[in-house]
Design a protein around this ligand. Structure first.
Ligand code: FES
Length: 374
């Protein structure tokens, strides 16, 4: 993330190529033994978006470029009340503006980190962060038409995608549907309206639970249902769909679409839920494994049934982690030798696995010895 590396847009002259959907446009340099993926970021601005939503924009101290794909997330690490905590936040800015990165955060009742950010993080403060990660991205998908569905602060990945198209001047066929509690809760409303003016193929559909007090609101009241699909997105089954929002919203949308003949292979939804972290379970295996850590110089033995991350932490070796379930990529570590069984959920890419990286939180040893770069 804080390396300066030549990059390039995938499209070169041909109007048939959609650069937003090409990995080469946003390509991250592969991690190496020298790149830890861990960085210090400086908060450069704090923007109040709605009464309970703020956008925090960060850069590296030297304004190096960030490499990420629209729809990916950033894992922040913060010290709160003397404890280090980590959380994933989907990036709301576009990788077309690579010298800064923004997250847009809603206050959540009892949301320790979200509320701390709102109450304490200010311009010039430092935070820790890991390289952007995540599989909720249109990159690599052949999509003529997109349907971006979001609710609440789940608007962020859709916004990153829409901003990327707007910045590149591509008049992509996009229907952008956003659900909010009331008109005053619609995040980025003015910018979304602007997209409809710049791109005749960009359609905005806002749906509010309640009319609220905003008298100039001309969107829908109610909920996304079969009638809204038929009236406003009659070609929804031809679109590649990206859905992000609270878990209940995503399962409702999933059922609604599939019940109305939407092809499941065109459906994508953000998979991590930062409020519902569950531990990785392990299976019974009687073998033991010797662990060697090259940087800290520690050597110890674990059972093959043990979760690697917990075992390494129990030796007093700090392991950055967030989701604990193979989603966020925070615990990515180089496996120097040996083999593991890894059950991840999108937190690591095949090309990183091919280079010998693993996620410690969802890995168990399967060889008698493991050497890790830690
Ligand atoms: S802690 Fe998130 S992938 Fe390991």
């Amino acid at each position: 993330m804080n390396q300066l590396v030549n990059t390039h847009l995938a499209a070169t002259g041909s109007t048939k190529v959609d650069p937003v959907l090409q990995a080469a446009t946003w390509e991250l340099p592969l991690p190496t033994a020298q790149t830890t993926g861990r960085h210090t970021l400086i908060c450069r601005s704090v923007q109040q978006e709605t009464h309970d939503v703020k956008t925090f924009t960060f850069s590296t101290p030297d304004y190096a470029r960030f490499y990420f794909e629209p729809g990916q997330f950033l894992t922040l690490t913060l010290e709160i009340n003397g404890e280090m905590v980590s959380r994933c936040y989907t990036i709301s800015s576009s990788p077309t503006r690579p010298h800064s990165i923004s997250i847009t955060v809603k206050r959540v009742t009892d949301g320790l980190i979200s509320n701390w950010l709102h109450d304490h993080l200010k311009v010039d403060d430092e935070v820790g962060a890991f390289d952007p990660a995540g599989e909720f991205t249109p990159v690599g998908i052949k999509a003529e038409k997109l349907l971006l569905l979001s609710a609440g602060s789940g608007i962020t990945p859709s916004m990153s995608m829409a901003r990327a198209y707007a910045d590149l001047g591509i008049k992509k066929d996009i229907v952008f549907v956003h659900n909010a509690r009331s008109p005053k809760d619609i995040i980025f409303h003015h910018e979304l309206v602007r997209f409809t003016q710049l791109n005749p193929h960009f359609k905005l559909v806002t749906i509010c639970d309640q009319p609220g007090e905003k008298s100039d609101y001309d969107g829908l009241i109610g909920r996304l249902d079969a009638a809204v699909l038929a009236t406003h997105i009659p070609d929804f089954a031809e679109r590649e769909v990206f859905v992000c929002g609270p878990a209940g919203y995503m399962s409702y949308v999933n059922k609604l679409l599939l019940d109305h003949g939407f092809p499941a292979k065109q459906y994508h939804q953000e998979s991590f839920s930062i409020e519902t972290v569950t531990p990785v379970t392990t299976e019974t295996n009687p073998d033991t494994c010797k662990i060697e850590l090259t940087k800290s110089g520690k050597t110890f033995e674990v059972k093959s049934t043990d979760n690697l991350m917990l075992m390494i932490k129990s030796q007093g070796v700090p392991v950055p982690s967030s989701c604990g379930q193979g989603v966020c990529g925070t615990c990515k570590t180089k496996l120097v030798s040996g083999q593991v069984e890894m059950k991840h959920q999108g937190g690591i890419r095949q090309r990183e696995i091919d280079k010998g990286f693993i996620l410690l939180c969802c890995s168990k040893p399967v060889t008698p010895k493991l050497v890790l770069e830690l």
